[in-house]
Write a protein that binds this ligand. Structure first.
Ligand code: SF4
Length: 360
């Protein structure tokens, strides 16, 4: 069962909601203002990946179960909000009236003595949950929460994250941050005006696609800033020129050549381990690089080549200059010889794993 019906998807083109906040600000790792523009303009995506994603479907089905768990763990009563247009206090409603594109749809409202609080419920796979535990909510989730607080006028939100297989939960209390809310509204205002102008042009002239797949929306709605180059997973990768400049995303492949191994549990566990280990590895590498830089600076300042610190002996001295074979120059000077000795090697298979956005 898809999470949103086609009618709901179409209705969402007429406003911006909290789940658009990460895209609006082009926040890492998945946000892209250009992608958001394409969605709101109703551009047909190259890959309809969201609709039949079982992980997203599971998250949707588990929402009431997790809401119940939230209530038990926090002791707060929760309510489902059916009329999202009526939700919030005077301040929130006034802001939404002023900006008709500024809308909100919240998972639950919780009540305690301090007043209403917004509850956002997420269901995560193990490695995403581990990231939440290590780093807290992502910038995109914080932006989504601040959006909700701005649109309701409330002061506090709970981001309740669950890992279904391990039955573990984390709750992050996020307080209202007016500066972020103001930035979101400013950016939303600029974005929405751009979108309206793009719609006018499309209505007047139509959306023409050339043979290369270069579509008008590319020109109509340029990225709001350089940050819009995520491309890790995007349903518009084929049509989007900006994607060509991104180095860290998956290559664009014909979807019919992708093998569906979703049912292979052994593979699934290995992929989860790989993704978690890669995240830990890159974090450790960052920490190591930072420490190396500091050690190099401190030893240079002390004019030391070998030192002792924290029970370790540290060497930092210049070695002999390395001897290099200048292949480029050799090819230039002796093209025939270089050709004679250049032979094809055995091709190796490289493995690259790109985590997809799968928490809801
Ligand atoms: S391909 Fe990349 S730059 Fe283009 S819309 Fe998608 S995420 Fe944005």
């Amino acid at each position: 069962m898809p999470r949103l019906t086609p009618a709901e998807v179409a209705a969402r083109q007429n406003f911006l909601g909290g789940s658009d906040a990460g895209d609006l600000l082009s926040l890492e790792p998945y946000g892209c203002a250009r992608k958001l523009g394409a969605k709101k303009l109703g551009i047909v995506p190259d890959y309809a990946w969201d609709e039949d994603n079982p992980i997203l479907e599971r998250g949707h089905a588990l929402e009431p179960v997790f809401a119940n768990e939230y209530a038990q763990r926090t002791g707060r009563k929760t309510q489902i909000i059916h009329d999202h247009d009526a939700v919030g206090n005077k301040q929130g409603k006034a802001l939404r009236e002023k900006h008709p594109w500024f809308r909100v749809s919240i998972d639950r409202r919780a009540l305690d003595d301090a007043g209403p609080r917004l509850v956002e419920i997420k269901s995560s796979m193990q490695w995403v949950f581990a990231q939440y535990r290590a780093d807290g909510p992502s910038a995109a989730h914080v932006a989504q929460t601040q959006w909700g607080l701005g649109a309701t006028g409330w002061d506090v939100s709970d981001l309740f994250v669950g890992w279904p297989d391990g039955w573990e939960f984390l709750n992050f209390e996020i307080e209202r941050d007016q500066e972020t809310i103001d930035a979101l509204i400013d950016r939303g205002h600029v974005f929405w005006n751009g979108l309206l102008s793009a719609r006018e042009v499309i209505e007047r002239e139509g959306l023409r696609a050339t043979e290369e797949g270069d579509q008008r929306w590319e020109l109509l709605l340029p990225p709001l800033d350089d940050g819009a180059k995520q491309c890790k997973k995007c349903e518009y990768r084929r049509q989007c020129k900006t994607a060509q400049f991104s180095k860290d995303g998956p290559e664009v492949v014909d979807e019919s050549s992708v093998t569906d191994l979703k049912g292979d549990g052994v593979l699934a566990l290995a992929v989860a381990d790989y993704v978690a280990a890669s995240a830990a590895e890159s974090k450790a590498k960052d920490a190591k690089d930072r420490a190396k830089k500091i050690i190099a600076t401190q030893m240079s300042l002390a004019d030391s080549e070998v030192c002792r610190a924290q029970g370790a002996k540290v060497f930092y001295r210049a070695g002999k200059p390395p001897m290099k074979f200048d292949l480029k120059d050799f090819r230039k000077q002796h093209p025939e010889l270089a050709k004679e000795f250049t032979k094809p090697g055995t091709p190796s298979r490289t493995m690259r794993v790109y985590p997809e956005r799968m928490d809801v």
